[in-house]
Write a protein that binds this ligand. Sequence first.
Ligand code: ATP
Ligand code: MG
Length: 418
Amino acid sequence: MRQSQLFTKTRREAPKDEVSQNAQLLIRGGYIHKEMAGVYDLLPLGLRVFEKIKQIIREEMDALGGQEVSFSVLQDPEVWKKTDRWDTEAVNEVWFRTELNAGGQLGLQFTAEEPITHALSNHISSYRDLPKYVYHFQTKFRNELRAKSGIMRGREFVMKDFYSFNRSESELEAFYEQAGIAYQNVFRRAGIGDMTYLTFASGGVFSKFSHEFQCVSTAGEDTIYIDTEKKIAVNYEVMGDDILKDLGLSKDSLVEAKAIEVGNIFKLGTRFSEPLGLSFTDEDGKNRPVVMGSYGIGVGRLMGTIVEVLCDEKGIVWPESVAPFAVHLVELSQGDEKVRSYAEKLYEDLRARGIEVLFDDRDLRAGEKFADSDLLGIPHRVIVGKKTTDLAVEVVRRKNGHASTVSRDQLLDGVYHA
Ligand code: ATP
Ligand code: MG
């Protein structure tokens, strides 16, 4: 993509009312647009990152046996009344509800246990139909009280929500372990594995614990307590002496840290299957409710977290796996036709090799181009200037500023650093 054609512009300042670092940087880079508190739009560069994050999550969910669906955002009150989640104090804080012109109400999805469980009851009846795993990426609406964490806490946001349907608690247990590993794969691939801890949180009626995936960051809204040797953490709900003992942890060796909840996994048992009538006939002909689990990741929350924990004073630093482009090709022709056409040819040849390139072909001074390049955070900056030859092309790595010289052929082979 040619930067001269991109409709978005970089800017020196973010809007005054934006207090979060992730949104400030993303707005300045032209990745997102802010509509109002808690409501952001994805612009071309932002959408590219977003889709890459989704793809990583999708691959890991598919590997777990997940079948991707897309369930409507519009919610039928009748279904939610069955589980007592249409109109109670606990859910009234989050629902966006609306009146139909034709009479009656409907809601905007804030999670999807109800519709998915309800729909599956049309398809599952025997132990032979199980286990099944279903997920989607869908827009959620939540009437969050505070929306001060940029794209990490939207009033509208996309969640990957995954639901497991098993025959027994032991079958769920085994799957739940696998899901935890898949989550760790997602966060490692997204570049935040080192700082993200499996965190014990309170469970519910059906299990002692649920688990959060907490990424250590000063921008976090949560506080966790880390056992650095075991590489696990607990949240405040789990800080009781008895529980810590159960987990083999001691209060004295736990380190407190601020953290961002990038995902969580939860055993639901029969909390939803029972009231919604999702049951199956077991091998002995007995009717039993399906045993469920739910597994969430906020796609924007993860994108914002990556910005927060990897950025530096110059701007965003994307890991290669989610970067909008692999290469930022910056030409410094200053009107020199030879340099200009060398860069043009290199752009075409890189693209022909399937390498994703943002080409800064704008007529600007080097200093401005480099400042923008630092802000945008593309992993490899290829610089074409008067000294560039086929044997010596300069490449600077965004994450540490290291400069290397590679040949044109190496570059076309995807070798950026000698
Ligand atoms: P939090 O405690 O941060 O409000 P939650 O417990 O409400 O999160 P869930 O309902 O379990 O979160 O949602 C699953 C995942 O969705 C979270 O782990 C997080 O990644 C993401 N998420 C939740 N709320 C938001 C939001 N307002 N904006 C963006 N992502 C969100
Ligand atoms: Mg919440």
